[in-house]
Design a protein around this ligand. Structure first.
Ligand SMILES: Nc1ncnc2c1ncn2[C@@H]1O[C@H](COP(=O)(O)OP(=O)(O)OP(=O)(O)O)[C@@H](O)[C@H]1O
Ligand SMILES: [Mg+2]
Length: 359
């Protein structure tokens, strides 16, 4: 079961020393501005991904006056994950007490989905955000994907390095282009299979929240259909040399989310956008559970904002149907009082000055 039984947090922002026993289902953290609610979600995120979703620099996350952050989590499955990060970027990651050299094993143990104010980027941000979203799903479903992805990234880096040279070696460019092409074909194939499974789940999930006639999600693989990437790269070599970087390939893939000819964010209200984003993320949780039996842990920061009472209720009902563990924050607990089905009794925790106590 992908759910946290116990989490200890030391030295993360204003959370000096927190020990928490969350429930397997919905957990609500409420408290005043600046009390430490988002910091707790950050701590959980550290467990799964070893980094913050708010700051690139670990120094801003480590509590002022301390040298490191430690987050220790025990899952209901019995797995333990320990993370220590210091100011100089040094880190120790342990899974079941054994030191790990990268984050892939913990990311697989604890698939996380975060819903916060940055999630709107899925609609209004660059293609990078949507690619990351798509690749999260492919990564958890297709275990060869991370190897192909790393292979493509290496070819791309080498090709871009050559493109930046005064007189790039054409033969070498073609060789890296050919290798990139073969990784790209596999990446495209994995992404395409995932998206074929994902779209019906997304449509079902969205329609349980809101009807948006004409909303369509379309996958673009990063280069034109019907052509091999290697041929496209060879044909557009001059342009790539001019830009000093590869302009087509799997690193340019996108999920175009449109209503008619417009981008969805240009038409939808803020609340409607939030429901689309919730549907996208929840659909990934549903699909992962259907395909692998793995439940996704949901981190939801400030659910009430932008949503009216009925829509809060719809989102909460949807999250309950997932039977996943949910960590949800809000300023005022009463904002979510009527949002739950009668069979659900969320655990509530009051957050105050970096202390968290069950209510
Ligand atoms: N490195 C740090 N060291 C100590 N305290 C910090 C550090 N970084 C941030 N803080 C403080 O930690 C507190 C908790 O911030 P957090 O964002 O978790 O609050 P919050 O409960 O989510 O508030 P809001 O309702 O406004 O979103 C804030 O008072 C913030 O100023
Ligand atoms: Mg917050």
């Amino acid at each position: 079961m992908t759910a946290i039984r116990r989490i200890d947090v030391l030295g993360l922002r204003n959370l000096s020393n927190v020990q928490l026993l969350p429930g397997e289902g919905v957990n609500i953290f409420f408290g005043a501005n600046g009390s430490g609610k988002t910091s707790l979600l950050e701590a959980v995120y550290y467990t799964g991904l070893g980094r913050s979703f708010r700051s690139q620099r670990v120094e801003s996350v480590i509590q002022t006056g301390l040298d490191e952050i430690t987050v220790f989590s025990e899952l209901f499955s019995g797995a333990t994950i320990g993370v220590t990060k210091g100011r100089s970027g040094n880190h120790i990651l342990k899974l079941m007490g054994e030191r790990q050299s990268n984050w892939l094993p913990t990311a697989r143990q604890l698939p996380l989905q975060l819903l916060n104010s940055d999630s709107f980027d899925l609609l209004e941000g660059s293609s990078k955000t949507r690619r990351k979203f798509l690749d999260w799903g492919v990564f958890h479903v297709e275990h060869d994907f991370s190897g192909d992805w790393r292979g493509a990234a290496k070819c791309l880096a080498q090709r871009n390095l050559l493109l930046k040279q005064r007189t790039p070696d054409k033969q070498q460019l073609e060789a890296w282009g050919a290798e990139l092409g073969s990784y790209a074909a596999r990446i495209d194939c994995s992404r395409r299979s995932y998206i074929t499974l994902f779209l019906p789940v997304f449509e079902r999930t969205l329609s349980s929240l809101i009807g948006i006639p004409g909303l369509a999600v379309k996958y673009f693989r990063g280069w034109e259909d019907g052509a091999e990437l290697v041929d496209v790269l060879n044909a557009s070599l001059e342009r790539d040399v001019r830009y000093g970087a590869t302009q087509t390939g799997p690193h340019r893939a996108d999920l175009q989310i449109r209503i008619g000819k417009s981008r969805a964010d240009e038409i939808l209200s803020r609340g409607q956008q939030k429901l689309v984003v919730v549907a996208l993320k929840v659909a990934q949780g549903v699909l992962l559970s259907e395909l692998t039996g793995t439940k996704v842990l949901f981190l939801v920061d400030d659910l009430p904002s932008e949503l009216d009472k009925n829509n809060r209720k719809r989102v909460c009902e949807l999250l309950c149907q997932l039977e996943s563990q949910v960590f949800m924050t809000c300023v005022d607990a009463s904002d979510l009082d009527d949002a739950w089905p009668s069979s659900i009794c969320p655990r509530k925790f009051h957050v105050e000055h970096g202390k968290i106590r069950p209510v």
